[in-house]
Design a protein around this ligand. Structure first.
Ligand SMILES: [Zn+2]
Length: 546
């Protein structure tokens, strides 16, 4: 993706979102599709968002490559990250002091990987500082520390200086982080204690303000949530190692998500991303957002989520008040199935944008996802890489934004996925797909186009690779019926132009007052679920005990 081209459009999209939200201030409250369980009725309320509006920035602060024991060059990681993310931390594998000996000496894979990181440490710091461009791309310096007994953490330094230390003590690492104003972010916390799950008894929230709720390992919200821990040898999710359990103990941590990708692909679609609400795109502002827990996690699509309580940002802790004015705004990237507000881990409010009737479908932009890939199924053993090149052209309408959804597999040092916006009617996509090494065997990539148009607007796809093909559809047709086009005879790859998603079904905002006096510190958070399985979780807001 060409970020220079995309940047203005994605910024425009964000501004449009905020402007629209502000303009809608007096029309808050939703009359349809709400399942209001226990809260006071949803009521139109004036806009609470104050003037110091912060922006959403997207990052991946936990990922790997061949500098360590994963795949791909460090340079390639930077190439991918700088073209698709706002902020980034390469967190190479550094040490595992209590590592078990593995059958067939497999633990040497780790031992050798740690050595590679040590040898490349000066280069890791240099690249992070060379690539730092405030306002455009913000890399941090960090590394990962493994521990069977304490659980894994990534250390992320705030500035241009960082030191690689070796220690077998989490307490020493915490002291070192505090001294350096760095953060330690626990990841895949839900593994069983002793099996690299987080040891909450040694958690220090002063240096670990946030915990990774989602990565390629799966979802740590609860032991029953979608996206189980299934892909590694550390077993399944332990109830007492999940986030809900931790919050129940009164621990105040926020959430982030990041890929933990091992194919050298930062920001890989479907493996987790973190969103931070910051004043500006620079190291200081992003680090402030992380320390303030003004962050949230998504599993795949970049769902925009704003959650406030009495005007306070997610991640805040506020003094006791019986009246909690809760306002939520969501802009999904597909049909939003539910937006849930939870108090003390129980849903107190549900909104279902999916059920909202279309009143004026063409007054707002529509979303069209163009997904491509598939090809020979695994049992045929015809695994291959398919190269894609196509242009999407809108006639009689405008492309408001274009978002890439590019996954990590298959690993390829040379090939790149690229989405370029040529102008406000044309995008170009260069990509590659394969079933081999596809995350969860999902052998597709996609782009999401946000289009302002009418039923007569046409969306054309000019495919040049793997096959010359021309597809033309009106938005009216795509509103009713998706389009599947094969690039050749049976088992060949195909393209799916998804059925349009209208604003009534991807956007929502509501506000209500919860009156609560449970006699303890209450925590509230928001969970979003799209029909395509994409999830988002806000950091909680705590209201302290009276
Ligand atoms: Zn990792």
């Amino acid at each position: 993706m060409n970020k220079n081209n995309l940047q203005p459009t994605s910024t425009l999209s964000r501004r449009r979102f905020l402007a629209k939200m502000a303009a809608a201030g007096t029309a808050l409250g939703i009359s349809t599709g709400i399942d209001n369980k226990t809260a006071e009725g949803a009521q139109p309320k004036p806009e609470q968002i104050n003037s110091n509006d912060k922006k959403i920035f997207w990052g991946d602060i936990h990922n790997h490559n061949a500098v360590g024991y994963a795949k791909g060059s460090l340079q390639r990681s930077y190439d991918i990250a700088s073209s698709s993310l706002d902020f980034f931390c390469f967190t190479g594998h550094s040490q595992w002091h209590d590592m078990p000996k593995m059958p067939q000496n497999k633990h040497m894979k780790w031992v050798n990987g740690f050595e590679v990181l040590k040898n490349n440490w000066p280069n890791i710091k240099n690249l992070a500082n060379q690539y730092y461009q405030p306002g455009k791309f913000v890399p941090f310096i960090g590394y990962e520390w493994h521990s069977s007994d304490c659980g894994d953490v990534c250390i992320i330094f705030p500035g241009s200086k960082a030191t690689l230390i070796y220690t077998d003590s989490i307490k020493d690492l915490q002291k070192f982080a505090a001294k350096n104003d760095a953060v330690l972010i626990p990841h895949h916390p839900a593994y069983k204690l002793g099996w690299r799950g987080q040891n909450w008894s040694v958690l220090d929230t002063a240096v670990s303000p946030v915990v990774e709720i989602f990565s390629e390992h799966g979802n740590a919200e609860t032991d029953r949530s979608p996206y189980r821990y299934i892909r590694h040898s550390m077993g399944g999710r332990s109830t007492t190692n999940t986030l809900q359990w931790l919050w129940e103990q009164g621990v105040q941590v926020g959430v982030v998500a990041s890929t933990d990708d091992h194919l050298g692909y930062p920001g890989a679609y479907g493996e987790g991303l973190v969103a931070a609400y910051a004043d500006a795109l620079d190291r200081t502002s992003i680090m402030q957002a992380i320390k303030a827990k003004r962050t949230y996690g998504v599993s795949a699509d970049r769902i925009e989520l704003d959650f406030r309580l009495n005007g306070n940002w997610m991640g805040s802790t506020i003094p006791f008040t019986p009246n909690r004015n809760i306002s939520v705004k969501v802009k999904g990237k597909d049909v939003v199935k539910s937006v849930e507000v939870l108090r003390n881990n129980q849903v107190i409010y549900r909104d279902h944008p999916i059920d909202r009737p279309l009143k004026s479908p063409w007054s707002e932009p529509v979303l069209c996802r163009i997904e491509f890939g598939w090809g020979p199924w695994a049992a045929l053993e015809m695994a291959r890489i398919c190269d894609w090149k196509f242009k999407t052209v809108v006639h009689g309408g405008k492309i408001i934004s274009a978002l890439p959804c590019f996954q990590s597999g298959p690993y390829d040092e040379k090939r790149r996925n690229k989405l370029s916006i040529i102008n406000d009617s044309t995008c170009e996509v260069v990509s590659y797909t394969s079933r081999k090494q596809a995350y969860e065997e999902r052998p597709t990539n996609s782009v999401i186009l946000e289009i302002k148009g009418t039923p007569q607007t046409t969306l054309n796809v000019n495919l040049t690779e793997p096959q010359k093909l021309f597809i033309t559809k009106s938005l009216e047709q795509l509103a009713k019926d998706n389009n599947i086009t094969f690039t050749g005879p049976f088992t060949s790859e195909s393209m799916l132009m998804h059925r349009l998603v209208f604003a009534e079904n991807y956007n929502t905002e509501f506000e209500f007052t919860d009156k609560s006096n449970t006699g303890k510190t209450d925590w509230y958070y928001v969970r979003v679920e799209q029909t395509n399985g994409s999830l988002a979780w806000s950091s909680p807001i705590w209201v302290t005990n009276a």
